[in-house]
Structure formats: structure tokens, C-alpha cells
Design a protein around this ligand. Structure first.
Ligand SMILES: Cc1cc2nc3c(=O)[nH]c(=O)nc-3n(C[C@H](O)[C@H](O)[C@H](O)COP(=O)(O)O)c2cc1C
Length: 131
């Protein structure tokens, strides 16, 4: 599933997403400020402080996110995360985070691969899958 240019632009501009993960039956949602599109199927998130989120993702790589300003981008993104503690994605995450806040010491780059997109626009299309 690919994101439209408008979706990618909204993620780039808003760049706070609410990331939901789940393992062992208890859903967990957190705001994540370091979120930006890498390409039309991929969103980079930076693990600076993730705790339950990280444990959940290690057990169950499925995750879901919405933008903070969902009125500008009324979509729910579902996908699968990959965790990188070294390599190109990790280096990019470190460069980005430390260029914004020098005291940050990222633990990992989280690569969110978008698999499904659903509308959350209030109205008749709410909850419907975007083709
Ligand atoms: C506005 C805001 C932005 C945040 N951005 C990030 C972020 O980019 N990366 C990160 O690891 N934690 C970030 N956090 C912290 C997480 O939301 C959360 O506190 C952390 O994942 C621990 O919660 P958990 O145990 O549920 O994972 C942010 C918190 C706030 C309030």
C-alpha cells in the first residue's frame, strides 16, 4: 500500500504521530515527534525513549498510527515495524535526532512499513480501507 504525496507531506509537516502497539492484550499508544516519511511505503520513527512500545514491537511487529492533526490527514496507517540498532537507517535517525536536540542518544531507528490505510474521516467513509 502506498501513501499519497498529500499523506507524506502531512506526516513531514505535522511529524507528531500517535503510535499504537500491542502485545499481551494491552494496547499502548504514545506520541512520537521524530516521524517522517522515507518513501511512499515507509515511515521512519526514532526510538529515543520507547519502553513499553519497544517491548511490544519486539514481541509483535504490527503497529498502527495516526497523525496528531488527523483533521489534515484523516487516515489510519497500519503496518509492520523493523527495528535497526545499526546501519543506514540507524545512522539517519541519529543524525536527524541529534541535529534537532544534541542531548538525544537514539536507541534505534524504527522503520514502519505501511501495509494498509483506512479513512478516519467522519462520515460514510469512516473506517473504510483506502485502495
Ligand atoms: C510530544 C512528544 C513527542 C515524543 N516524541 C518521541 C520520539 O520521537 N521518540 C521517542 O522514543 N519517544 C518520544 N516521546 C516519548 C513517548 O511518547 C513515550 O513517553 C515513550 O515511548 C515511553 O512510553 P512507552 O512505555 O509507552 O513506550 C514523545 C513524547 C511526547 C509527549
Amino acid at each position: 500500500m502506498v501513501m499519497s504525496m498529500e499523506m507524506m507531506d502531512a506526516i513531514e509537516k505535522d511529524n507528531v504521530v500517535f503510535l499504537s502497539t500491542c502485545a499481551d492484550d494491552i494496547p499502548n499508544v504514545v506520541p512520537i515527534g521524530f516521524a517522517r516519511p522515507v518513501d511512499d511505503q515507509t515511515i521512519l520513527l526514532v526510538d529515543n525513549y520507547m519502553n513499553k512500545t519497544r517491548k511490544n514491537m519486539e514481541k509483535n511487529p504490527k503497529a498502527s498510527l495516526v497523525l496528531r492533526d488527523a483533521s489534515k490527514c484523516p487516515y489510519q496507517f497500519k503496518g509492520r515495524v523493523e527495528i535497526y540498532e545499526s546501519g543506514e537507517y540507524f545512522d539517519d535517525a541519529v543524525d536527524w535526532a541529534t541535529s534537532v536536540m544534541s542531548k538525544l542518544s537514539p536507541k534505534a531507528a524504527i522503520i514502519f512499513k505501511v501495509e494498509e490505510i483506512f479513512s478516519v474521516q467522519p462520515g460514510p467513509d469512516a473506517g473504510k480501507k483506502v485502495d
